[in-house]
Write a protein that binds this ligand. Structure first.
Ligand SMILES: Cc1cc2nc3c(=O)[nH]c(=O)nc-3n(C[C@H](O)[C@H](O)[C@H](O)COP(=O)(O)OP(=O)(O)OC[C@H]3O[C@@H](n4cnc5c(N)ncnc54)[C@H](O)[C@@H]3O)c2cc1C
Length: 406
């Protein structure tokens, strides 16, 4: 933990140093705006082992100036196929967006974003426990876990699906899907034999997905109905591996061997969460000079592989609007309350630009989660399939989005 004075003051404070927080700090930095990120972990945190970035995410990474560094870290993914074990290992192509898609180690992504920031932008080991706002000048104050306070002119909450900033804004808490996901990496020092595609293998109500990161490393995930597990998830990686091996009994041998041979320190198990899409449609995402980005605004489950890319898009759109507004302020205005109004206007534009994008992504992800999590032949599943067919004729439309220039 770096030393923090009793009460510090900063222009722009970001809570959370995950993908969203680091990308937002970097986007602001590229617009000439300095920010400070408060992250509760003691070092860069990359839980979840790997992440698929589709072409909309690569566009955002290019705007942030780290696309090319990251392209060297992962091979191109060229399509997808589904295998249905219950139907005699029947194979079918599955919708997979065209254009650039790669699966990155999360640590590579986080590191590339952090390395591009000015030194000491991220303060590790500080958990924000409360947010308040001065009723006179609307400036936010954050209380940290060590009892000290931070005053800011601008506050951006990138603190994930259990966000203290979202809570301050009155955003409804995330809900739980009836699904859990186990994620891990398996190393093949002599190279693996898998094709460069996303493969989903389904048996009963369990799905195993795999996608190569490079020629020696494969990312995999297993989604399983919550009702199949004990409520208490194991923390011990050895137990996670044992549990996952048991759940995937009867799957093709290469999938079982991949899980048995996984790197223990890459394993994690997560109960999947989401913000209800209908609440996003009307939600208030800005109060005074305070807003949110990433999962704090739109947690959506992993089914489209878009939550992280959407956080990168948020960063670009937020910094574009904030940069434009701050550039238009006179030096006199920058120090005064009038700034709070202008920041508020910039954040309203940001929310306006993002709202329908989030609602569409979250709706498609929500319907996919319902379809995967509901028992076969259930009425819920039937209705979700019909709504999906009506609203999302092109299942890959989501990856064609362009967040524009920084
Ligand atoms: C199983 C699974 C698979 C996924 N796969 C993909 C994928 O393939 N592609 C994709 O694009 N997305 C994927 N996602 C979604 C993606 O992981 C998230 O959307 C993304 O990580 C959101 O980033 P974030 O920075 O908003 O939040 P987070 O990654 O949750 O980061 C929040 C950060 O804030 C910190 N923090 C939290 N509270 C505080 C506090 N009070 N004070 C200080 N710091 C705090 C945390 O320590 C953390 O570092 C997946 C998600 C899951 C669950």
């Amino acid at each position: 933990m770096d030393a923090v004075r009793e009460e510090e003051e900063h222009e722009v404070v970001i809570v959370g140093g995950g993908i969203g927080g680091l990308a937002t700090a970097l986007a602001l930095h590229r617009k000439g705006l300095r920010s400070v990120v408060y992250e509760r972990s003691e070092s860069l945190r990359a839980e979840g082992s790997a992440i698929t970035i589709l072409r909309n995410g690569w566009r955002a990474l290019d705007q942030l100036g780290v696309g090319d560094v990251l392209r060297d870290k992962a091979i191109l993914v060229q399509g997808g196929q589904g295998i249905w074990v219950d139907e005699g290992n029947q194979q079918q192509p599955i919708p997979f967006p065209g254009g650039e898609a790669r699966c990155l180690k999360r640590s590579d992504l986080i590191k590339a974003l952090a390395d591009a920031l000015p030194p000491e932008t991220v303060r590790f080991g500080y958990k924000v426990v409360a947010v308040t706002m001065d009723p006179e000048n609307m400036f936010p104050t954050l209380t940290l876990n060590n009892g000290s306070s931070i005053r800011a002119k601008v506050l951006i909450g990138c603190d994930g699906s259990n966000s203290v900033v979202a809570d301050f804004l009155g955003i409804k808490p995330t809900r739980l899907f009836a699904l859990c996901s186990v994620r891990g990496l398996t190393s093949y020092p002599n190279g693996h034999v898998f094709s460069p595609e996303l493969v989903r293998i389904k048996r009963d109500r369990v799905m195993v997905g795999r996608i190569p990161v490079d020629n020696n490393l494969v990312y995999w995930f297993v989604s399983v109905p919550l009702s199949w597990l004990d409520r208490k998830f194991p923390d011990d990686p050895e137990l996670i591996r044992k549990l996952t091996t048991k759940i995937t009994e009867g799957f093709p041998s290469d999938a079982v061997e991949m899980i048995e041979g996984s790197d223990l320190d890459s394993l994690s198990i997560t109960h999947l969460r989401y913000h209800a899409p209908w609440e996003m449609l009307v939600g208030r995402f800005r109060r005074g000079p305070i807003t949110v980005a990433g999962d704090a605004m739109h947690a959506m489950g992993p089914f489209l592989g878009q939550g992280g890319s959407a956080a990168l898009e948020d960063a670009v759109v937020l910094a574009r609007n904030l940069g434009r507004k701050i550039a238009s302020l006179s030096p006199y205005e920058r120090g005064k309350e009038i700034m709070t109004d202008k920041i508020g206007q910039a954040f309203d534009q940001y929310v306006e630009e993002r709202r329908m994008r989030m609602v569409r992504l979250a709706t498609q992800a929500y319907l996919t989660g319902l379809i995967l999590g509901s028992p076969p032949m259930s009425i819920t599943k039937f209705i979700a399939v019909i709504i999906m067919a009506i609203l999302f004729r092109d299942r890959n439309e989501h990856a064609k989005f362009d967040c524009g220039n920084l």
